[in-house]
Ligand binder design. Structure first.
Ligand code: NI
Length: 449
């Protein structure tokens, strides 16, 4: 090998972008930093340079250059709570009371879902999320091998868990499947897939079952993805059954929070609950769209943030949202909490953007790798076109991202250092096949119900 060949080529150099990210400067943490004329160099799967253009000479010898002048570069959005394959049920049943919706519509049709359905439903979700600039999602569902295959095939990043319901007749088998998911898929697809255990919720998983889940978590070194305090009824039931304890107090008392925990919803939480979430480092996935659509209530997100709780954003499943558009979720979060608190200063644009990126990564325990455009982090980067009428004039681009941009403004998506969408075209996925097959499978599914 010649001396010259030893100088490793950078894989990708993005030039001339307006870079907007939390944590861009070491120590800046969640506050947003903007670099007007910036470059990002990617080597293999990691960011090796982020800062002003031009990048230093050592990064100029790139295999691929992306001219990003007139574009915004952001860290990919993190969807911290969803059920990807539920895309097949999008628009199937809306405007219903939660328990009727579940018992009369969702659960009966889910009983007919097979593994192929889940693969194509998850593929549809991956295509939708990539197009919307989502580069990582946290999922809890079943037939998770098939969701894992969709993640592998689509190029997206995900943390997967098998939903566990103790009261269902196959609960032991489900726990075994979740353990196998952790054994077979953790670290797969070049590290894009990570795994968790997925106890559905305290009201479907009593403490004796959770003991078994915690044993597995101990043995396999994985965390938990659980729904907590989504409805007021759930909290009342917990207090009646468990010596006055809220679901969060109950989980704390049995030691669940000694594991990395991602808690979806946390709508009906007391100041004491918030203290526990903060002290135990529990990550919260706030789902404003789903909470509003199902009328679950308003999570006290500003109070959680003030107490130092790690809060990210989620879409929840597509049948209770009904899309997987995390940017929309960020705007909904900002608007909802301004209104709920009668205070327009609550959740300013930068904070909403932080929650949509680094906040979600923290809530999932993945912030050492993703969530911001920082030197050494995984290259999960999206480019947004600002050359649109709704992005003019350019007074404040951070404000524009949250209050004016649309997820369809995302033109290019890089995940784990690999472009998965370029100039609006998916590089590795036959999108037409995904849309057609998902439509066919959804129609066949409805015919069975
Ligand atoms: Ni959910």
């Amino acid at each position: 090998m010649s001396q010259a060949a030893c100088v490793k080529k950078t894989d990708i150099l993005i030039e001339g972008a307006t870079i907007i990210s939390p944590g861009l400067i070491r120590g800046s943490d969640e506050s947003i930093v903007v670099v007007d004329e910036g470059s990002i160099a990617i080597d293999d799967e990691r960011i090796v340079y982020v800062g002003p253009s031009p990048a230093p000479l050592e990064f100029q010898n790139a295999a691929k250059r992306i001219d990003a002048s007139g574009l915004i570069a952001l860290p990919g959005f993190v969807n911290a709570h969803t059920h990807a394959a539920m895309t097949l049920l999008r628009g199937y049943a809306d405007d219903m009371v939660l328990m009727e919706w579940l018992e009369e519509k969702i659960w009966p049709i889910e009983a007919h879902l097979d593994s192929e359905d889940v693969y194509w439903g998850a593929m549809l979700a991956c295509v939708e999320m990539i197009r919307a600039g989502v580069t990582t999602f946290a999922d809890q569902y079943f037939f998770m091998d098939d969701t894992a295959k969709a993640v592998r095939d689509s190029g997206i990043r995900a943390c997967l868990s098998r939903g566990l319901i103790a009261t269902s007749p196959n609960s032991a088998e489900a726990l075994r499947e979740n353990i196998e998911l952790c054994q077979n898929w953790d670290g797969a697809a070049n590290g894009r897939i990570t795994t968790m255990l997925g106890p559905h919720a305290p009201y479907t998983c009593p403490p004796d079952f959770l003991e078994k889940v915690m044993e597995a978590a101990e043995e396999f070194g994985v965390g938990m993805h659980i729904h907590l305090s989504e409805t007021s009824g759930e909290v009342e039931e917990s207090r009646a059954k468990h010596a006055g304890m809220s679901p969060i107090e109950l989980m704390d008392s049995i030691g669940l929070f000694r594991f990395q925990t991602l808690a979806a919803h946390c709508v009906h939480v007391s100041p004491g609950d918030i203290e526990i979430l903060s002290a135990k480092g529990v990550g919260v996935a706030h789902n404003p769209g789903s909470n509003m659509k199902i009328a679950s209530g308003i999570a006290p997100v500003p109070a959680m943030l003030k107490a130092g709780v790690k809060v990210g954003l989620g879409t929840d499943g597509a049948s209770s949202n009904n899309n997987l558009d995390l940017l929309e979720e960020a705007r909904l979060a900002a608007f909802l909490h301004k209104l709920a608190n009668n205070d327009p200063t609550v959740i300013p644009a930068g904070q909403a953007l932080s929650m949509a990126t680094l906040g979600g990564a923290k809530a999932m325990g993945m912030d050492s790798d993703i969530g911001s455009l920082e030197l050494g982090k995984k290259a999960d980067i999206i480019l947004l076109d600002v050359n649109k009428p709704h992005m003019y004039p350019k007074h404040d681009l951070t404000s524009h991202v949250i209050y004016s941009a649309r997820s369809s403004d995302v033109t290019t998506v890089i995940i784990n250092g690999k472009p998965v969408m370029e100039d609006g075209v998916l590089t590795d996925i036959d999108e037409e096949e995904v849309l057609r097959t998902a439509e066919e499978r959804a129609k066949a599914l409805v015919a069975k119900a």
